[in-house]
Design a protein around this ligand. Structure first.
Ligand code: NAD
Length: 247
């Protein structure tokens, strides 16, 4: 077993409260590109589509693009091995909570239960006026969706640029980070705030930081104790194999 995988396995098996912190990178192997970078979504689409003011001014045009990216495209994605290993580790009692910046619902689809969705979830739509929530898959998105109570334009239940973090997810994420003795960061650049404050808070309170990413991130040189360079699905399967060999 590679030395750093071995070290990570020992740390996880000796931990009382391991949390995972995931970013867009964990879903890349499910076919969802990150926002930024050469093949990122913003190389094809205008990020303005997620600007709240733009959405309110141009709802019909915005919904055409939102449907294409977040419902036709994200909607077809399935969890990959990394999502499944995290769910398995939770069921084994080795991961206590999972904080995700992703909005693609793939952690729940893989079977994870204690998931805090820091940026919301695309699976639901919400009425900005009466707060009613509707399952996106149950309505026709070929035309702009309207609330059947107050007729306002429905918005995906994830946060647009400039919107606040959902209160419950925010509180639970920082509480979990405060309790954690190990954080596994998977596929995050650490550039998006306030989410990027979560792993450093845990580190500050004494947690060990294991990071999985094919590239270095803003966390790597600052808070990471063990950097495992590689793709999420490959590394997570090796971690699980290592754990299974030791228990
Ligand atoms: P990011 O887009 O800033 O960075 C992605 C990271 O993933 C990079 O560090 C990259 O090196 C790494 N990566 C690429 N392929 C990988 C792989 N196979 N395995 C592991 N890591 C890999 O991601 P971020 O830090 O999460 O921030 C972007 C923001 O965009 C977040 O707020 C998130 O909500 C949102 N977003 C979500 C999704 C999604 O729900 N799947 C997709 C795109 C963007």
């Amino acid at each position: 077993m590679e030395a750093n995988i071995q070290k990570a396995v020992d740390i996880i098996l000796n931990s009382k409260y391991t949390i995972a912190f995931t970013g867009a990178g964990i879903s890349v192997e499910s076919g969802i590109p990150p926002f930024r970078g050469k093949d990122g979504l913003w190389s094809k689409y205008d990020p303005n589509v997620l600007d709240l003011g733009n959405f309110q001014l141009n709802p019909i045009e915005s919904w055409k693009v939102i449907k294409e990216i977040f419902y036709d495209f994200f909607g077809a994605a399935k969890p990959n091995a990394a999502h499944f290993v995290l769910a398995k580790m939770e069921s084994m009692g080795l991961v206590k909570a999972l904080i995700t910046q992703n909005i693609d619902n793939l952690h729940y689809e893989a079977g994870s239960k204690e998931v805090y969705e820091f940026h919301g979830n695309s699976r639901m739509l919400v009425c900005p006026y009466c707060s009613k929530k509707i399952v996106a898959a149950e309505i026709d998105l070929t035309k702009m969706p309207l609330c059947n109570e107050c007729h306002a334009v429905l918005k995906p239940d994830f946060i647009f640029f400039g919107e606040g973090i959902p209160e419950m997810a925010y509180r639970k994420s920082f509480e979990a980070a405060g309790k954690a003795d190990v954080v596994i960061i998977i596929g995050s650049t650490g550039e998006v705030y306030p989410a990027a404050n979560i792993p450093p808070l845990a580190k500050h309170k004494g947690a060990k930081v294991i990071e999985i990413n094919p590239e270095k991130s803003l966390f790597t040189e600052t808070i990471t104790d063990i950097f495992i360079q590689g793709k999420a699905s490959d590394v997570m399967q090796k971690l699980l194999n290592g754990i299974n060999q030791k228990i």
